[in-house]
Each structure stands twice: as C-alpha cells, then as structure tokens.
Design a protein around this ligand. Structure first.
Ligand SMILES: O=P(O)(O)OC[C@H]1O[C@H](O)[C@H](O)[C@@H](O)[C@@H]1O
Length: 564
C-alpha cells in the first residue's frame, strides 16, 4: 500500500497551501465530490454529472472479472502470442504504463500498444507480430476515433491475408454502449465486445475495462490492482483535506500553480517511468483550459536544482527496490535548494493502481481550486477539424497544402530568442520511436533547461494530440512548440481510404500547427532528415553554439517570476 509518510511539503510551501486546505474543509468539498455534486466545478452539469463513474470503479469492476477470465480463455484457445491494443489517449496510455511497468509475464502473450498513424511505427508492430496468433483490442470510448479505425482497417487486412487466421474472432472491441464501434464489431463478428460503463472519461478510465482488459490479457492480476485502488479510494474519502492523500496532492498542485508553480514535474523510478505519460494526459487535458492549467513535465532529464526556476512543483514516485539512487539524491538536493517536493512510496508495481486513483482524485480537486471543470476537453476538436480540412484538400487536389518549414538552425534561433524561465518548450515528434532519437531529445531538453531555464515536454504525434494537446491550446500562453516531422517514407496505405497513413500523420501535424497559431502560440515546424536523431543533434548544436548565445535576448535569471 502506498504510504503517506514523507508526503507533506517543506514548511514554507505547506504554509502556502494551508489556506486552500482550509477552504476545501469549509466547503465540505470531499464529501461533495463523493456525492457527485457537479456544482463543485461549474453551475451546469454538462460533461460533469455523467463523468464521475471513476470514483467507484473498484466496487463495480470485480463484477466484470468473469468476463475478463473468459476473454483470457478465448485467447488461450486461439493460442494467442501477441495482443495489440489499438487506441488513443485515455484508451492507450494507462495500458502503456502497465505494459512497460510490469513487462512481459511468464506464459502470457506479449502486449503491444499502438497509438500512432506514422507508417514506420505501424509497420514496426505489423512486422513484429504473428498475425494469425495475435489478438487485437480495438479500444475507443467514442468508437469513432480516426487513428483507431484506420489501424483497424490495416490489421483486419493483415489478419485476413494470414494463413490459419481466425478472422473476426481475433478482434475484441472495448467501447461505450451504442457506439459505431460496437455496431462494427457485431457486423465483423468480433470475438468479444466489451461494453464499458459510459460515465467515465477516457483519461479517468485506466481502472475500468479500458485498462483491465489489456492488464488481464498480459497476465497482470486485476483483482489485486482493484484492491490497491480500493484502498486508496477509501483513504480519499477522509473529509479532512490535509489527511486525504488525493485532496492534499490536488490542493498542492492547484494552489502552487496559482502561485506561479504550474510546471508539475513528475519524477518516477526507472521501472515505472512511463507513469508520466498517463499523468500528462490526466493533468493537461483535465486542467489546461480557460487560459490556466497544470503543465505536466515528465521524463525530463535531471539538472542541478539551482537551474530550475520558481515555476516548479516536483512529484516523485518512488518504487521500492528500484534503481533509485540518482532520484533519491535529486530529491534531497531539491529539498535542500528549497524547491517544493512531494514523494509517493510504492511498495510494488501493483501500487500503481493506488496512484492512479490518488492522481485522479487530486486532479478533480485541483480543477476545483483552479476554477475549471476537469472533465471536458473543449480545444481538442479544433485540431481534428483542421486535420479533416487538410485531408479534404488532399482528396480534391491530390496533394497536401504546402506548409512553411524551418531548418534546424532557424528553429534553434527561434528557441534561443524565446525560451526563458517560466516558459515551456513542447517537442512534438511525428515519427517512429528509436533509442537514438530519444537520447538526442534528452540532450536537447537538458540544454533547454540548463541554458534557458525553460521547462520541457516531449510527446510523439499524433499521441500527444489526445493528451497534452488540450493544454497547448487551452492552457496558459507560455508554450513554445517545436514540431518535428518524419518523411513518412516508405508510406503505408489505409485500406478503404483515399489517403495513406503518412498523409494522415502529416495532416494531423499540419492541423495542429494551424490550431496552435490560431491561439497565438509560437510554433515552428522542422522536417526530419533521413536520420531523425541527426536532425535533433543539428538543432542542438545550433542552439548551443556561441553564435546562438550572442543572438539571445537578455535572459531573465532562473527563478524570475513565471509568465502566466
Ligand atoms: O477513446 P476514444 O473515444 O477513442 O478517445 C481517445 C481520446 O480522444 C480525444 O482526443 C480525447 O481528447 C481524449 O480524452 C480521448 O482519450
């Protein structure tokens, strides 16, 4: 069980959040959340009253365990070796945390999570699996997400052409009742159609069937996960906010963000490092609206505490027995340098479920503190609409509209001129993941933090559109956006569509760039060369060259008040 010890802030910051904690108590906020009172957030119930089902999943989900067992039996019967989850945002990031944290379980199939339209990435997964021995989870709450339907079309073809395939039985849908996906699954004869309770938004759904189905298939004990979540939920019922682990975290995040510490920096033990991917969507999409919000910073390289500005709150998830030496040292150094730090101790990986609940509850509380409603995503649709417009242009003109691109040197110049303490640089890469790219990105991030005092985030496109994309457009105007776009060659057709995966990915990048600019965000777009890591290294070299420093505007010292 995750323990509360060490979970309070250093005294100066504890004083700063105590008025917020007091207010929560005076308003009886915790009981009101549990009573599902929408007025905690807004005067209207729309997209709030029907989004609070996550509070009691640990009580409802045990009833569905038999369904999960029968699914596992079906997979055994079909001699399934691989499970590929096709989903975006709330339908994929929780499973990705479980996949990477638990690793492959003995005797269970290997889980893949595919949440990209980049042809290279789709091909990588297609080549790694044995199509006739693979179960596909088509996961979408709304049942209409373009990436998911395009991926389904691709894998349906792949399976249909594979010797010894089991056709529709190799596909399982996870969706809300009455969606197009449910209808499609019946039409195509899917092996199972799993209907999730509809009163849960995607980013709060990891402890629902969206998370539990892939967990069960990969051999994780779902009852154990639910017990841990239930334990935390119980503790989050405490009406006294300082004693309530979720409310305390929510009050800290909300109150400190209001005081300028809106870069919620997540540090996690190496084995659970992807927790940040899930938390990014939860925090960013829930709170990044109406010009405010928490800016989650995950998997950022560590730098010396004196190089961080006064815009940070550090949250450290520490898994017992993991390789924590460096992070422990950093935690101590941060405390010594008077940065606010909170630590959460996990005794084993199953405690992730307790943390999922804690962070969901905390986000609901932080939303209240920030004065926004944490269950909608008003700006996500804009990029989708722009993408559709770009695709329509492609269909009529036979090519994508021309977009201005910057060279790595020009992009470096822009970053040099604009990145400063209080801001964040969002690196958005529409490409296939690789170790070399990720290490080049880490070096770039480290330079931006150390030399410019800016916070940094990194996301793969189009994944980030369903995660931090809301914050980029709806949150504070303190972001600088660096889009990096693959050549998308060789490309891959989408069966039944007049555009390919590569065109779709490019249209998504173009659509988002348009939305960012419409919101007066600083956004530059760079095309990757043949070797994406080399492009990032060129950008970094230009950024750190002495010439680039001379072009820099006089820097504010790290720690100067953040721009809000
Ligand atoms: O599960 P789906 O309905 O396919 O939605 C996937 C994702 O789509 C949108 O972009 C939303 O902003 C996300 O909150 C959601 O998780």
């Amino acid at each position: 069980m995750a323990t509360p010890t060490g979970h309070t802030l250093p005294p100066a910051f504890a004083d700063a959040i105590s008025p917020t904690l007091r207010q929560l108590n005076e308003q009886d906020l915790i009981n009101r959340i549990w009573a599902k009172e929408y007025r905690v957030w807004k005067p209207e119930p729309r997209e709030i009253a029907d989004r609070l089902g996550w509070l009691t999943l640990h009580e409802q989900m045990p009833e569905r365990v038999d369904e999960l067992r029968s699914l596992v039996s079906m997979a055994n019967e079909l001699r399934i070796q691989h499970v590929v989850l096709l989903g975006m945002g709330g339908s994929s990031l929780g499973p990705e945390v479980l996949r990477t944290s638990f690793g492959r379980q003995k005797g269970a199939p290997r889980l893949w999570v595919l949440d990209s339209t980049v042809p290279g990435w789709v091909k990588q997964v297609s080549h790694a699996i044995v199509p006739a021995r693979t179960l596909f989870l088509v996961a979408s709450k709304s049942g209409g997400t373009i990436e998911v339907l395009s991926l389904f079309a691709h894998f349906w073809d792949l399976v249909s052409n594979a010797k010894g395939n089991h056709g529709g039985r190799q596909f399982v849908a996870i969706t809300d009742p009455g969606t197009g996906l449910e209808r499609m699954a019946l039409e195509y004869g899917f092996g199972q159609v799993i209907i999730n309770p509809p009163d849960i938004g995607g980013r709060y759904s990891v402890l629902s069937l969206f998370g539990l189905v892939p967990a069960a298939l990969m051999g994780v004990d779902v009852e154990r996960l639910l017990t841990r979540a239930g334990g935390m939920a119980q503790r989050c019922r405490k009406a006294e906010s300082a004693a309530n682990p979720g409310a305390y975290l929510g009050a800290a995040m909300g109150a400190l963000a209001k005081a300028g510490r809106d870069k919620t920096t997540i540090m996690a033990s190496p084995s659970i490092a992807t927790f940040g991917l899930w938390a990014e969507q939860l925090l960013a999409e829930s709170t990044g609206k109406e010009g405010t919000g928490l800016i989650p910073v995950a998997q950022e390289p560590l730098v010396a505490p004196r190089l961080y500005g006064s815009d940070r709150l550090f949250l450290y998830l520490r898994l017992r027995g993991d390789k924590n030496t460096e992070l422990d040292r950093q935690e101590q150094a941060l405390r010594k340098a008077s940065h606010p730090v909170l630590r959460f101790d996990l005794n084993d990986r199953y405690d992730l479920a307790a943390e999922f609940f804690r962070w969901e509850f905390a986000t609901a509380v932080a939303g209240h503190v920030l004065g926004i409603q944490p269950f909608d995503q008003p700006n996500v649709q804009e990029s989708k609409d722009n993408t559709n417009r770009v695709l329509a242009q492609f269909e009529s003109a036979g090519r994508l509209p021309k977009q201005s691109r910057s060279s790595p040197a020009q992009a470096a110049q822009e970053l040099t001129a604009r990145a400063e303490p209080g801001m964040y640089v969002a690196i958005l890469a529409y490409t296939t993941p690789s170790r070399s790219l990720e290490s080049a990105i880490r070096r770039l991030r480290a330079a931006l933090v150390s030399c410019h005092g800016a916070a940094t985030t990194f996301g793969y496109g189009p994944r980030y559109l369903h995660s931090t994309g809301q914050l980029h457009k709806g949150g504070p105007n303190s972001g600088i956006f660096l889009e990096l776009i693959d050549r998308m060659t060789p490309d891959l057709p989408i069966p039944g569509k007049r555009f390919s995966f590569g065109t779709l990915a490019r249209a998504q990048a173009a659509g988002d760039l348009e939305s960012l600019r419409a919101h007066q965000r600083i956004a530059v777009s760079v095309e990757f060369g043949r070797d994406p890591a080399a492009t990032v290294s060129a950008l970094l070299a230009a950024l750190t060259s002495p010439r680039s420093h001379s072009q820099r505007r006089p820097a504010k010292r790290p720690g100067a008040k953040s721009r809000r």
